[in-house]
Design a protein around this ligand. Structure first.
Ligand SMILES: [Zn+2]
Ligand SMILES: [Zn+2]
Length: 285
């Protein structure tokens, strides 16, 4: 167990440092909003009123969905300590974490930043200053998705305005827009790769931690695979397609059920390989 004033102070400093990326995200969004909506809408509206209204509308919709996903990802509690096992598992015996003392169902890991165990831990993410786990993974994926869409809408929508600024057709300086486009373009390219990576994890029923510990083993069989790409997708995003892209809760599970799934599979066909066991032991220090 981690105790003492020195460790508490260090923990606060760590948390503060990890909130800086959140401020960076907000600053980039504010810069893009200023560049696309406040600085260039009038000039764009004079050239093409319909196009200007359409662009601003699309950008606002993407931005709202991005911000709600981001907010829910940051503030959703996905710790073991904040949730109770479902009634069907109230009598189940879970192992206990040696560091925080909480019960530790399958796929839960201890996070040294949060100093507690996290349900179906994916990873601790500085960009959301929180652990990404069972209860906020959908919001995290949607944050990446809407950030990617917003970034590309911004970059593509800013090109004509930027060209006009360089032609000298406007009194505005082109450098704020140029800086915003270069910065957002670099994020947009990175985000596409990140989105593909997490989409792959979703459809294969893995977390980032599990992928990191098992991807080099060709014989590894995922004991948490729900049976197909769509089944794995439904387990996180639900079966109602209208809610897939909205930052609302859609999973019917609680994050404790994996214990049951693993036990039944283990008894039934022995799929729980030694590698999967190893991945559970390699919990985050
Ligand atoms: Zn723990
Ligand atoms: Zn954490």
């Amino acid at each position: 167990m981690e105790r003492g004033p020195g460790r508490t102070c260090l923990h606060h400093v760590q948390r503060l440092l990890f909130s800086i990326p959140v401020l960076v995200v907000i600053a980039i969004l504010a810069l893009d909003y200023y560049s696309l909506v406040i600085q260039s809408t009038r000039e764009r509206f004079d050239r093409s009123p319909v196009g200007a209204v359409f662009l601003v509308l699309i950008f606002h919709i993407c931005l709202i969905l991005l911000l709600v996903s981001y907010y829910r990802c940051i503030f959703t509690n996905t710790f073991v300590s904040g949730h109770q096992p479902p009634l069907a598992l109230r009598d189940a015996v879970f192992p206990n974490c040696g560091k925080c003392g909480n019960v530790k169902p399958a796929r839960a890991h201890h996070c040294s930043m949060c100093r507690t165990c996290v349900l179906k831990m994916d990873h601790h993410c500085p960009w959301v200053a929180n652990c990404v786990g069972f209860h906020n993974y959908k919001y995290f994926c949607l944050f990446i998705f809407w950030s990617t869409v917003s970034a590309w809408v911004f970059v593509i929508g800013s090109i004509d305005h930027l060209l006009n600024l360089f032609k000298g057709d406007s009194v505005d300086s082109p450098f704020v827009s140029l800086f915003a486009v270069i910065l957002t373009f670099s994020f947009a390219v990175t985000l596409v790769g990140f989105l593909i990576f997490h989409l792959r994890l979703v459809v294969t029923g893995q977390t980032t931690l599990e992928f990191a510990t098992t991807n080099r083993d060709p014989d590894w069989v995922n004991p948490y695979d729900c049976g197909g790409k769509w089944e794995n997708f439904y387990a996180i995003f639900g079966t109602r397609w209208l809610l897939w892209l909205l930052p609302v809760k859609t999973s019917q599970e609680t994050g404790f059920e994996f214990q049951q799934i693993v036990t039944s599979q283990d008894l039934e066909d022995g799929l729980l390989s030694s590698t999967a066991m190893k991945s559970d032991d390699n919990s985050q220090e």
